[in-house]
Design a protein around this ligand. Structure first.
Ligand SMILES: [Zn+2]
Length: 270
């Protein structure tokens, strides 16, 4: 038994949830490591040339691959929409009414409604150092009769690259955890690639869930990994062990719970 069992089953939709009242809600923090199983390209800006480069950032002592949270959010949202099929809600025009919008937020300019996202993902920063490795590639034309393949270059994130993954869910219920963990696992297997050849499949190792904001710093995790060689999974585990038992879920018990919550969407009332 962990604190997860004491979470409400369901979070009621509330139109009054604004930026300030969000702070009064119960927060659950999830800590894990996302690992790329196939190469990926996370471009931050699309240049006009034939070179596409994945984004990087100087962080915790070196240059690292930078995976902007918004890109993960986008795929997670698509998976949730495909699973729940709410009426009149799409990625481009969110309805601001349904369960997906209630969890991931929405801005509907037609109706002038904004719903704050209750899921907050930190940008994902790689454990491994960024390496500039330009790959020369050829794009085959869509038309099989066309004669000229187009050459281009790519700087990608290699498979095996790991990222710290810290997520906070505001006003969290067990249903929210189920929705998010299911959508994340499905998104991982579909992949986060922008282009058909770069699938960007991943796996997530969820190390712990903590009751509260759990002040865990990606900067410190990555810096300690670099200077002391301690894996960030081990660091997250010791962090989880430092919390009082009623405030955290980790180890085998949590991993089994994650497996259960990730496998499918549990059918709910209404
Ligand atoms: Zn919606």
């Amino acid at each position: 038994m962990t604190f997860i069992n004491q979470l409400p089953e369901w979070t009621e939709a509330s139109q009054t949830l604004d930026r300030v009242s969000l702070l009064a809600q119960r927060v659950v923090t999830l800590g894990g490591v996302k690992r790329l199983e196939s190469e990926a390209l996370f471009v931050s800006s699309e240049g006009g040339g034939t070179l596409r480069e994945t984004a990087k950032v100087e962080f915790a002592g070196c240059e690292r691959y930078w995976w902007i949270a918004r890109k993960v959010n986008g795929i997670v949202r698509r998976v949730m929409l495909a699973g729940l099929r709410p009426d009149n809600c799409t990625v481009d025009i969110p309805c601001a009414q349904c369960e997906v919008c209630h969890l991931l937020g929405a801005l509907n300019t037609d109706q002038n409604v904004a719903v704050f996202s209750r899921v907050r993902l930190q940008d994902l920063i790689s454990v491994q150092e960024y390496v500039y490795d330009e790959k020369f590639r050829v794009r085959l034309p869509d038309d099989p009769n066309a004669k000229n393949p187009t050459p281009f270059q790519e700087v990608i994130v290699p498979p095996g690259t790991e990222f710290s993954f810290i997520v906070r869910i505001i006003g969290a219920s067990r249903r929210d955890l189920n929705l998010f963990l299911y959508a994340n696992a499905t998104a991982d297997s579909i992949g986060y690639g922008n282009y058909s050849k770069l699938r960007g499949q991943a796996t997530t190792d969820w190390v712990f869930a903590a009751d509260g904001m759990a002040h865990l710093s990606a900067y410190r995790l990555l810096n300690t990994q670099r200077t002391e060689g301690t894996s960030i999974t081990d660091q997250m585990s010791s962090f989880a062990e430092s919390l009082s038992r009623e405030k955290v879920a980790h180890g085998d018990e949590w991993r089994n719970e994650v497996k259960r919550l990730s496998e499918n969407l549990i059918t709910m009332k209404g």
